[in-house]
Design a protein around this ligand. Structure first.
Ligand SMILES: *Cc1c(COP(=O)(O)O)cnc(C)c1O
Length: 593
């Protein structure tokens, strides 16, 4: 059997009907696999079944988020396999069943995804639910899931007959326990009870790691004592002095320690990660989205006509889109916009006007993304609508069930929308998922994004928008530092320069947002029949759509992480320190330029 790349991810977004993802990380994983299938790359993926999905969001009138499990029937979408593997959790044996799904590429090749599922009658009752909830439960639950994903995943690949794994790719630290299983294998076959330097070197040649966020909460840590009790593996004890920091086991440090190649997900995030994780050798591969998945049907028809072959080679969009009459782009966009507006009417019973400038914002509701920023000054919004031209707002986004601040922010957004009634139309669509994500990124006229720099590692929804000819208005963070050409592909909020404190920065960003809308963007949309705006739309596709796609991203992974020679000189172990969400004041924009 040929050599494979084994891609491990706690969540994978395969489609709205397989609800095993929560957001950006899972969708990126899905897009990566779709690009791998297109390219015919020998990738296989491992994830958890997440039998109860993430959650279905409904909103009460005052904006309170209500959550219920998404019941889906795995057997309708996946195929069960006969193999079984077992892992030890808390000293109990947990048997896992396996399911598979084929991600089909445009050339007819495919990439298999293997789902691990603990729902078997042989298992202790509570263990049967271990693969039910994505990011649910307490630390024990999470750790148990990570044992299943990391250790169970390696065993599953073996049981499935994959004996030659060229690289294990840890998509975020959730799967980093896989390194312990690889160590154990080596120790077992050598009949040793201790880890040698050569073991560690060998594992490093096999493993690559992608870190996805500078936010502390994204780096799982467990009390060492708890981890040791749950995992109960001698490999863990033998590396304790190298990995244990303040009596915690940090999954990011574990992944870093055993990876020969590590990357962040935008140039800026690479730099931030080098500081945050105290390592000089963290590279950057900027994210991308799967073009054929995210481009709306009407725009696909235009691309098919003018850029035949664009699905096989996204780079074709770079030159050929500029030859399309801007009005053609606009006509295709208008069709997509109508689709979004009909969805708004159907789901929220709000009638929006297709002639009016429409601003979209859909994002997980969490503090650093500042979902409510545009509502900081409602009078300013009303004034802009009167003076510069009418606009309407379409919002969406879930808050993690335990993120109270995020839930509060949804309430604030909905309350502000209520207060704008009569002056401008605004709507919050519940249950942001892949299908809604596609409709909203393609159907708005402007994609708004205003995270607090430098906390957005990359962001990908603006890339989906760009591929559909929708320019961004965004703070200079993540991918936008690479994709923003002012007035050509979209516009920047603020200068990216850090100020003294969050409050000042927020006020300054809000002012900049209002100023750009009023003086630059809305006039471009309405003046001269919108021709200036159409040009920006076309350039967003040509300049950004041709680059910020999963095809280019995957080719970078192939070249830098999968098929290059493994580094001979392993990463020198460096001092372990706590991972703390970076203080924006320490990071000026000059870092990235
Ligand atoms: C693209 C997408 C995301 C990630 O977008 P960001 O810009 O990284 O926030 C999250 N959820 C859904 C449903 C998406 O389609």
């Amino acid at each position: 059997m040929k050599e494979i790349i084994a891609y491990f991810s706690m969540e994978i977004g395969l489609g709205a009907e397989v609800p095993t993802y929560s957001g950006g990380l899972g969708i990126l994983a899905g897009d990566t696999l779709r690009a791998a299938a297109d390219l015919g790359a020998p990738v296989v993926a491992v994830t958890l079944l997440n039998r109860k999905g993430y959650f279905h969001q409904t909103l009460t009138l005052d904006g309170t988020q209500e959550e219920r499990p998404v019941l889906w029937e795995p057997s309708r979408h996946l195929q069960e396999l006969p193999q079984r593997v077992a892992v030890e959790v808390f000293g109990r044996r947990v048997l896992l069943r396996l399911w598979t799904f084929e991600v089909l590429g445009i050339g007819g090749r495919s990439v298999p995804v293997y789902f691990l599922d603990s729902n078997l009658p042989e298992n202790d009752h509570k263990d049967q639910g271990l693969t039910d909830h994505l990011y649910g439960g307490d630390a024990h639950y999470r750790l148990s899931q990570e044992i299943i994903l990391g250790i169970g995943g390696v065993r599953a690949l073996k049981a499935l007959g994959y004996h030659q794994v060229r690289r294990y790719h840890m998509n975020e630290g959730h799967s980093s326990l896989l390194t312990l299983e690889l160590l154990a294998d080596r120790m077992r076959s050598a009949g040793r009870h201790y880890v040698t330097a050569d073991d560690e070197r060998t594992i490093r040649r096999q493993c690559v790691f992608t870190t996805h966020t500078p936010v502390e909460a994204g780096h799982d840590q467990f009390d060492w004592a708890v981890a040791a009790a749950v995992i109960a593996r001698m490999e863990l004890d033998s590396i304790k002095d190298k990995l244990c920091h303040q009596d915690r086991l940090n999954m990011t440090h574990l992944a870093l320690h055993f990876s020969g190649y590590t990357n962040g997900v935008s140039k800026k995030h690479g730099e931030v990660s080098r500081m945050l994780l105290n390592r000089s050798n963290i590279d950057a591969i900027t994210n991308g989205v799967h073009a054929a998945t995210w481009v709306a049907d009407s725009m696909q028809r235009v691309f098919d006509q003018y850029c035949p072959g664009w699905r096989q080679d996204n780079m074709l969009l770079r030159r050929q889109v500029l030859d399309i009459a801007a009005q053609e782009i606009w006509k295709a966009h208008l069709e997509t916009k109508r689709h979004l507006l009909s969805l708004v009417e159907e789901r929220a019973d709000v009638k929006l006007d297709e002639r009016i400038f429409t601003i979209g914002f859909a994002r997980r509701s969490t503090a650093y993304k500042r979902n409510d920023l545009v509502f900081d000054d409602l009078d300013a919004l009303k004034r802009i609508a009167q003076k510069a031209g009418a606009f309407q707002l379409v919002f969406a986004g879930k808050a993690h069930p335990r993120d109270e601040a995020g839930k509060q922010m949804i309430r604030r957004v909905i309350e502000a929308m209520g207060r704008l009634k009569g002056d401008l139309r605004a709507v919050y669509l519940p249950n942001y998922d892949i299908a809604l994500g596609k409709a909203i990124t393609a159907g708005c006229d402007l994609w708004l994004n205003n995270p607090q720099p430098p906390l957005e590692a990359s962001g990908t929804s603006g890339m989906k928008a760009a591929l559909n000819g929708v320019p961004s208005l965004s703070t200079l963070d993540g991918w936008w530092l690479e994709g923003c050409f002012e007035g050509l592909t979209g516009w920047a909020i603020g200068s990216g320069e850090a100020t003294s404190d969050h409050e000042t920065e927020r006020a300054r960003d809000a002012a900049s947002l209002y100023q750009k809308l009023e003086k630059v963007i809305i006039p471009a949309f309405y003046e001269n029949g919108g021709r200036k705006y159409w040009n920006v739309m076309r350039q967003a596709i040509a300049i950004n759509g041709s680059y910020f796609n999963a095809q280019r991203m995957l080719q970078e992974y192939v070249a830098k992480a999968y098929f290059c020679e493994a580094p001979d000189a392993p990463q020198a172990p460096q001092a372990i320190r706590s991972i703390k969400t970076p203080d924006p004041r320490m990071l000026s924009r000059s870092l990235s330029n």
